[in-house]
Design a protein around this ligand. Structure first.
Ligand code: SF4
Length: 249
């Protein structure tokens, strides 16, 4: 009896055409997920270089003469512009020159002084609470570790990072304010939107010796060019590296 060979079922022309396309797409997706398109080291390096070109001397905009003043100014800067804080702090620091002066001050007096910065009742509580703790538990000195700073009333990671970075030059994290949050997303350096997670993502891809400068540079870029509404992409030196849906060019 002659042996019969079973023929394979015929592929429909449509299936034959779409399969390679699907597999190419799947490969592309998987490659971008695993390689992290936005966080590719060469791309991150290029972004850091461009930021260095544009803002080589970016620094903290809050006026201060010591770590304690910077701590108070940063507490005041919540939900407020640095310009407004800088209008309030010279008079405030003249009246309350050290942690002792703030710690035992009349809350109503401080409230009056800082009213224009908004949320003045809560900020007064934080300022008095933090000052008391500094006087009573840290010998009148602002502590120099993240763990200790986080024990001060009104101090979360953002404030602690500002103080450690700007006052002491200690890179313990990346300051994630509203600008850093927005720009990290636009530049596809993170998929997260929670500031703590964004900070962890940035700490993984930015070299530690750039953490302090990087956050200042992103804040400056966010204020000057990559604004929340209508970013000035035409003036942006990161434009070729950016594929944000918010781009205006
Ligand atoms: S190109 Fe536009 S959206 Fe992208 S970083 Fe620059 S200003 Fe921001």
């Amino acid at each position: 009896m002659a042996k019969t060979t079973k023929k394979p079922p015929k592929k429909s022309p449509r299936a034959a055409k779409s399969r390679p396309a699907i597999s190419r797409l799947a490969k592309g997706i998987s490659r971008s997920v695993h390689a992290g398109r936005g966080t590719d080291p060469a791309r991150v390096k290029a972004i850091l270089e461009k930021l260095n070109e544009a803002y080589p001397a970016a620094t903290c905009a809050l006026k201060h003469h010591n770590a304690f003043q910077l701590l108070i100014a940063t507490i005041l800067s919540a939900q407020c512009t640095d310009e407004r804080v800088n209008m309030v702090t010279p008079g405030l620091f003249e009246k309350y020159p050290n942690p002792q002066a703030f710690a035992y001050a009349n809350p109503a007096d401080i409230q009056n002084e800082i009213r224009s910065t908004g949320f003045y009742r809560n900020k007064t509580k934080s300022i008095i609470g933090a000052s008391k703790k500094i006087v009573e538990e840290f010998h009148g000195e602002v502590p120099r570790t993240m763990e200790e700073l986080l024990t001060l009333p009104g101090v979360a990671r953002k404030t602690a990072n500002v103080v450690l970075g700007c006052a002491f030059g200690i890179a313990s994290g990346v300051v994630v304010d509203t600008h850093v949050l927005r720009l990290s997303g636009r530049l596809d350096l993170t998929k997260n939107t929670d500031p703590k997670k964004v900070e962890l993502d940035l700490m993984k891809i930015i070299p530690q010796d750039r953490w302090i400068l990087f956050s200042h540079q992103l804040i400056w870029h966010g204020r000057r060019v990559c604004k929340a509404r209508n970013p000035r992409c035409i003036e942006c030196n990161l434009e070729k590296l950016c594929y944000s849906k918010d781009k205006t060019v």
